[in-house]
Write a protein that binds this ligand. Sequence first.
Ligand SMILES: O=P(O)(O)O[C@H]1O[C@H](CO)[C@@H](O[C@H]2O[C@H](CO)[C@@H](O)[C@H](O)[C@H]2O)[C@H](O)[C@H]1O
Length: 663
Amino acid sequence: MTGRLGIDDVTPFVETGDPAKAVVGEVVPVRATVWREGHDAVAANVVLTPLGTDGTPGEPRYVRMLPEGVGTDRFGAWVVPDAEGRWTFRVDAWSDPWATWRSGVEKKIAAGQSADELANDLEIGARLLSRVGRRPTEQDSRDLLLGAANALRDTALPLRARVAPALFDAVVTIMTERPVRELITHGPEREIHVDRRRALYSSWYEFFPRSTGGRDETGRPVHGTFATSSKELDRVARMGFDVVYLPPIHPVGTVHRKGRNNSVHAEPGDVGSPWAIGSAAGGHDAIDPELGDFDDFDAFVAKAAELGLEVALDLALQCAPDHPWVTEHPEWFTVRPDGTIAYAENPPKRYQDIYPLNFDRDPEGIYAECLRVVRKWVDHGVKIFRVDNPHTKPPNFWHWLIWEVKRRDPDVLFLAEAFTRPARLFGLARLGFTQSYTYFTWRTEAEELADFATMHAEHADECRPNLFTNTPDILHPSLQTGGPAMFAIRATLAATMSPTWGVYSGFELYEGTPVKAGSEEYLDSEKYELRPRDFETALNQGRSLEPYLTRLNEIRREHPSLQQLREIHFHEVDNPQLIAYSRLDPATGDQVLVVCTLDSFAAQEGTVKLDMPALGLDYADLVDVHDEISGQTFRWGEYNFVRLVPAEHVAHVLRLPPRTPLV
Ligand SMILES: O=P(O)(O)O[C@H]1O[C@H](CO)[C@@H](O[C@H]2O[C@H](CO)[C@@H](O)[C@H](O)[C@H]2O)[C@H](O)[C@H]1O
């Protein structure tokens, strides 16, 4: 669409045409290139409109855009949607005769032109001021504006005195804020989907309910239940997490069940992988009888809610060979020429205990069943799903499912477990996934961490990263060899680089033994056996990271700058083993500066050179910065010496003096 004025490169923009992402209260930058022919001034507004559930537009809000840099023609504004649901926004631009007049007259006077030469300009200015002054809505300012117009016409006055009243601050403010608008042009209308706040800011803790049963008198692990898991919730809540994510809780398949350490042969008593969903006891809409029944599950969800925790369930759309779907709907699976069904794979990983669904066979049937399953859990209070392997299912299926679920239950959130190529990561995010697992686990160097975080800040309109430190599938080599300090380092980075982060149980106990050299799989992985843990003894004996995780979550709660994704700025350090970045919340001006070591053994020191303008400071400023980890206060300026000894502290998380809010 080409309008009278050019309105180009409007952001947020999601190229698939899907809505951009935001949460309630999030400060969203809107930017556009606004231009016209010739030299006349242009100006622009954002028109932000909430839509009712039936799509009816509500009351629009107008936010003035400001020029972003001389000669760039870029304009920007911050908008803050304050309710969940669909919103539209549009950039409206216009030609601004007052700004054109003002800049022309100022230049001509500076160039020494006379009142006679400026006669037409003075009259044009007077007409503009009179036009605004006569508006019924400007009654209170009428005398000011008409007085300025009269002065412009008063040939008895010297030129500068004629012009001065028109340039009074009060006059300029009126003429800028309530301008004369000509050639008004509407830009394209775009949509923003506004989720509840937890979509952006959340702290996840993953644990297997079946591992919470403790041990019997002989020391053998006892299968946990929802009742024993409820006790675990207290500890998780004390650490300050707010989402508790459970791997699949459905009946585990018995056919081709996996044994310990990913063996393809299960021994009697082996519990199998919970991702091998389905047996004679039921499928995706059933609960593993060993964990309890629906009443037990409901009680678990209720207890979590009492503690301020929300339960996230795994949504793994695949079947053990004895899943009811396999016999009830053989058409949903790909049968090979020899009559067998191929097991699932995520090369090089082989999942010999599950069959993948073939979504291209009877899509209507599969879609309807998946929707039914999701809604069943929603009706039991589950509003967050961690979706297993979404990149192995068709994109249009996810698009359909997510928006169909949200149509009835708009507060349902989906986390995409897609450790995959950027195209698929962002592709899945664009089509509706609320959050995405990321490459964070594999980003360990300062430069690649900075690139990673900057990339995600730039993609904040379409993708929200969830930075897990570890998962049951990913025990990164750095955790295998880095010792306890490396766990603290990874937690610090995850908790402060992104508003959403997570840990998988055992992290606080520094579990780091791989199944074999070169593998990222845990030894005696909980994926295939019960793994009761004695968190209490470890805590009492000072062998636990729990206190540090708790402090990190507290700091995140105290600092709005750590609850947003868009504002992150990296600062120079002369030692690549140290990384420094600041976060800013534009709404409150809250600022935090993190300096973290990447070396978990040796002390590292260096000079952090702060980008002072990026912190709202002058180069010569000295400010008190308070370390939220150690409790110390330092006086910092542009150059600052830092020494981090990992056995003591792996990071400074520094509270900076707040800035003037930007919105
Ligand atoms: O393929 P990913 O690395 O993304 O991992 C996810 O999906 C896997 C398949 O659901 C899942 O793998 C686990 O369950 C399988 C099925 O029971 C089993 O064969 C695998 O050995 C086991 O690791 C993985 O945990 C999940 O995160």
